[in-house]
Design a protein around this ligand. Structure first.
Ligand code: GLA
Length: 377
């Protein structure tokens, strides 16, 4: 693995980093102005940067360029979509320029330890690490919430992925040992400490659907169509309607099921926050289990291998509940374990899943058990 000095002949001026995220509950709610409760992961992406005297950007990544090719380059102000990883870097510099922030060129080395393709937001981790690095390198006056919005703009505009605010926001303002309650309608957040009796388990299924991006776009469009049919501008706003359940039931398939998921999921986030505060892991686990059933049956974003992994986890002693986390179509599962039992439970679940499906799982949390990075996609 080439170091910054080997790549660019000098040390970096700034080193910044940012974690991946796991969502406890509140899936596919962010682009519906809804509620969610994600937390940060121990795995982090690092960005090393050094100033240049011109407007050139040179960028290199350990995970994508695999040590071989030289750094990719472009000139600030000439960002264009290339449909490759450099678009994230170009997206960040373009979002800064569009927001009126002035920067010069820089050399960049990215080291991503957040597995890609697992629904754990390696892309937002990269963007937030890079924007933090540029903020420091060029002394930009940007607060953490604004930085999250810039990361989202980079992904929506130049990269062309219509993602919501959840990932960059929790990555930018979340803290270890806590979940973050997010209300996407107002961008308000609350830190919610995880009770000491709880340990999270995150296992990647080793399955990743290559059409996830297209399906995500379709779900978003279905939600917009459902909101329009209900006569409101977002599905969050639908919560104020009288006789909502009957109105949702009267929508055509599959808009009825999509809307039912989103409205019920917002309610689950509210319940989950209170249960976390109360430390009621058994009831919280049931909320996660319900959330998975809703993603599988109403929102149709799960796949059989992930359903199997969730089912195996839900049956494991010491586990209170489990569900698919992230956008779906493969990816990782989050489970709630009794503190002190997480490592053993995770190892048992991963082994049983591998036997049952033949897919190669990776235990990501607790860290240090599985083989992080062995994620497809
Ligand atoms: C992806 C997106 C998020 C969110 C989730 C689903 O992770 O990046 O904005 O929509 O899917 O909850």
């Amino acid at each position: 693995m080439r170091t910054f000095v080997e790549l660019y002949g000098r040390p970096p001026d700034v080193i910044a980093d940012a974690p991946g995220r796991v969502n406890l509950i509140g899936e596919h709610t962010d682009y519906n102005d809804g509620l969610m409760l994600p937390a940060t992961l121990p795995q982090r992406t690092q960005a090393e940067l050094a100033r240049r005297g011109d407007r050139q950007v040179r960028a290199w990544s350990t995970s994508i360029t695999r040590g071989g090719p030289p750094p990719a380059t472009y000139v600030l102000g000439e960002e264009v979509r290339q449909k490759r990883w450099l678009d994230y870097v170009q997206g960040a510099t373009k979002a800064l320029a569009d927001a009126g922030h002035h920067i010069g060129g820089f050399d960049l080395r990215i080291d991503s330890r957040v597995p890609r393709g697992g629904g754990l937001s390696s892309s937002a981790a990269l963007l937030v690490a890079l924007l933090r690095g540029l903020r420091q390198l060029y002394g930009l006056a940007i607060d953490d919430v604004t930085l999250a919005h810039l990361a989202r703009r980079a992904e929506n505009d130049l990269v062309g992925a219509p993602v919501g605010i959840m990932d960059p926001l929790v990555i930018s303002v979340g803290r270890p040992g806590e979940a973050l309650f997010i209300d996407a309608a107002s961008s308000t957040t609350r830190h919610v400490p995880l009770p000491p009796s709880l340990a999270l388990v995150v296992i990647d299924s080793g399955v990743h659907h290559s059409h996830a991006g297209g399906e995500y776009r379709t779900r978003k469009a279905e939600c917009e169509a459902a909101a329009t049919a209900l006569g409101v501008s977002t599905l969050r706003e639908a919560e104020t309607l009288d006789g909502l359940d009957a109105r949702i039931a009267a929508l055509p398939e599959p808009l009825n099921r999509r809307a039912r998921h989103v409205v019920a999921e917002n309610a689950r986030v509210r319940r989950a926050e209170s249960l976390l505060v109360a430390g009621d892991l058994a009831a919280l686990g049931r909320v996660l289990n319900e959330g998975h059933a809703s993603l599988r049956d109403d929102y149709a974003v799960s796949v059989p291998a992930v359903d199997r992994l969730v089912q195996i986890a839900q049956r494991e002693p010491g586990i209170h509940g489990a569900r698919l986390t992230g956008g779906g179509f493969g990816g990782a599962v989050v489970a709630l374990a009794d503190a002190g039992r997480a490592a053993a439970a995770a190892a048992t679940i991963a082994a049983a899943y591998e036997t049952a499906t033949g897919h190669q799982p990776a235990v990501l949390v607790p860290a240090g058990i599985g083989a992080p990075g062995a994620v497809s996609g």
